[in-house]
Design a protein around this ligand. Sequence first.
Ligand SMILES: [Mg+2]
Length: 399
Amino acid sequence: ESETGAGRGGARQGHSPWPGMPGGILASPGRRDRFPGYSGPGAACLSVLPSFGFLFDIDGVLVRGKTPIPAARTAFQKLVNSQGQFLVPVVFVTNAGNCLRQKKADQLSHLLGISQDQVMMSHSPLRMFKRYHEKCVLVSGQGPLLDIAQDLGFCQPITIDALREKRPLLDAVDHDRRPNVLVSGDFSVVLFGEPVRWETSLQLIIDVLLTSGYPGNPYEQENYPHIPVLACNMDLMFGHGTFMVCLENIYKKITGKELKYEVLMGKPSRLTYQYAEHLIRAQALQRSWEQPIQTLYAVGDNLMTDVYGANLYNRYLESSRTGSKSRLQAKVSGGRGPATLSQDTAAHCRSVLVCTGVYNPHTEVDFRFDPGLVEPDHIVPDVDAAVDLVFQLENFVPN
Ligand SMILES: [Mg+2]
């Protein structure tokens, strides 16, 4: 119930979607097939229209830092026709969050022309949460935060720095000196990524939460549940997950209550995969490909985000096939939007691990996670082999 994080009831416990597993279990990742000499179930029903789509991770799959991975170029030649149009729906899903998606699309332009509509940053699902767009939001992170927030649709973003400057000097009684940018009850906090000066951000975010958007006012016990907090990229291995743990613990120490997230996004959260699937369907629709999209292939280099997220989404898809079709819509929208996600869902999401990035087959890793979710469906040397494999599995012969 907890992975989308949509709605208060969906708030995570600790750092869901990774469940707290008993620690200390040493395991190497499972391998369902490794460099398979796969020859397909026969050439009986070759397809020319795709009933599948790709979710490509970027770093470690297509580029390493700023350097392109050579296999990416070969792979991309197979994915486009002579006019440079994609032959299958493709989205690029990165957990990066400190730049605009156009910048990420531009970074891939050495491979081929990519539309920014094909690029998903960790914060991209916020585009659907229109109910927050008109409200004032406090944004935390690095990079061009106001540009990112405005590009996502937020009309009144305010940065931590701006709040710090506008905050009156300990004079909450003087109404003229109260911050006039904040409106109680109509205010939310968006955590894009880890900030530079944690102490300032932690202090001000906590102040805003405790006072429902009136820092400088006294803390009221009844300000709970607190104003909405929307968070991107909870990856514990990197800065932002750690920053969020600090925020949660300070909040709990002061109030004795749990900090709850209205929305959590970025891999491996389910919302990110739902939004990626939504983009894939939109591409298929735009190209008038009438075959339903049955299978998503998530190609990535990180077991704990790419593989875990794809397997978690697959588990969700396969279990929701047995439930009612409208469950996805109901759960994502929480009755209050976003209303733009398609109701149709794919049947499967397959995880494909490449060895050009952070994954090292020779390293034993301490997995505290559900072992079934860190086991990739396929392991291939690189993204080019991933494309070959998927075309074979799908009997796909593009025109
Ligand atoms: Mg990666």
